[in-house]
Design a protein around this ligand. Structure first.
Ligand code: DGY
Length: 407
């Protein structure tokens, strides 16, 4: 029943070559959404999974960046904000896109798609694009410590996480006004970022755009989820390279180096923290992003054990679908976007990281996610305690990742 409903959501959000995250709230193609969607589609239609990834990488820029939104020209401009008129960016393919990126979870999606239905022609096509995506991050975003930074909260994927409250204090939002949010047309304001958050998002995106998408501007942080995704991409590229008879060693070395750099610079207080590149300070917060390095195959066992203890103690994963922010903090809000609700993609990443290390806990976490969906449907996010659904309905990655978890 659940599986049939999950496929129904993915079918109704399919747009010919890719899937929209949600018909009303997110009517274009989003980068990391497409990776998660491909992972679910691989379970019942590997053809759609390949198409999802190839259409996204079709809008890759010449510098290797994969934009976080690829606009659908058939959807009226203005139905999403900020739209193509704001970003003013075009890929070599002619597609209109945004100019920022999202966590690079795509190599994993490509590999899982290949495992579902082996297709070396697909791997051969996508591999150089996945490599170029990583090269862009190394070239443009790497600090002397070897970590990758994001230059906008939207790039982290966890837009209004309390982890960004302090770094955002440096952002004056005086200039950004006169825009109309469209997200509040379909979701209640107390479940979304605030107007002040939006003013800062627009201020930062405008400055980055006006620098020709080169100058980081006032917000520059090293986020553990983004870096974990980058490291996992390298280990996955090693597997893909091996399959294609190419040299896997540079990928293995890079995966090892980023894992070590993360442990050395970001691991503190029972979990991984983000680091503000401007001040050199760790954010000292309690985002579930800090648990996601569990997905790194080379994470030292003693570090993994500490993360698991934190997941049990502060995030209560024996009883709750993983909250996006620790409930024992004053910032925790069970309904407001990334400030506490449970999101299926972050639960899925941690579930992946637990499968080999603690299969018992992985199974418990999968059960909690399923309970949320049984109670409330494929909502965008859930109150971790009541399992009440929030954000949009029929959200594609919620359906896709449940398909993967129960398969
Ligand atoms: C949104 O619109 O809320 C997205 O998270 C940003 O891309």
């Amino acid at each position: 029943m659940i599986l049939r409903d999950a496929v129904r959501v993915l079918v109704s959000n399919w747009d010919g070559a890719h899937t929209v995250p949600s018909r009303r709230l997110y009517p274009h193609q989003w980068s990391w959404d497409s990776a998660f969607i491909a992972i679910g589609n691989a379970r019942w239609s590997p053809r759609r999974a390949r198409s999802e990834l190839l259409s996204l990488f079709g809008a890759q820029w010449a510098d290797g960046r994969v934009p976080h939104i690829v606009f659908n020209p058939r959807v009226p401009a203005g139905s999403y904000f900020p739209d193509q008129g704001f970003w003013q960016a075009k890929a070599p393919s002619g597609a209109e896109t945004s100019g920022i990126v999202q966590p690079p979870v795509h190599a994993l999606a490509a590999w899982k798609t290949h495992l579902a239905e082996p297709d070396t022609a697909f791997l051969r096509r996508i591999y150089p694009r996945l490599v170029a995506q990583q090269e862009f991050l190394r070239r443009d975003r790497r600090s002397p410590e070897g970590l990758i930074s994001v230059v906008h909260p939207w790039e982290s994927g966890m837009d209004n996480s309390p982890a960004w409250d302090r770094p955002l204090r440096a952002v004056q939002a005086g200039g950004a006004s006169g825009f109309t949010r469209r997200d509040l047309d379909s979701v209640s304001a107390d479940e979304r970022p605030t107007d002040r958050d939006y003013a800062q998002y627009i201020e930062l995106a405008t400055a980055y755009r006006d620098s020709g998408y080169t100058d980081p501007g006032a917000f520059e942080v090293e986020d553990p989820l983004f870096n974990a995704a980058y490291g996992l991409a390298e280990s996955t590229l090693a597997k893909i390279a091996n399959t294609l008879g190419l040299d896997a060693e540079p990928h293995e070395r890079e995966a090892e180096a980023i894992t070590l750099a993360m442990v050395e610079h970001l691991f503190d207080g029972g979990l991984f923290q983000a680091r503000d590149v401007r001040t050199g300070e760790l954010t000292d917060t309690a985002s579930a992003a800090g648990l996601t390095p569990l997905i790194l195959p080379g994470l030292p066992a003693d570090v993994a054990e500490v993360l698991i203890a934190t997941a049990l103690d502060r995030f209560q994963i024996k009883d709750l679908p993983l909250p996006s922010y620790a409930p024992d903090t004053p910032e925790f809000d069970p309904a407001r976007y990334w400030r506490g609700p449970s999101w299926i993609n972050v639960s899925w990443i941690v579930w992946q990281g637990l499968k080999d290390r603690r299969p018992d806990l992985a199974a418990t976490l999968a059960d909690s996610v399923l309970s949320a969906v049984v109670k409330s449907g494929f909502r965008e996010y859930f109150d971790p305690y009541t399992l009440r659904g929030h954000g949009c309905r029929d959200f594609s990655w919620s359906a896709a990742l449940v398909l993967d978890m129960v398969a």
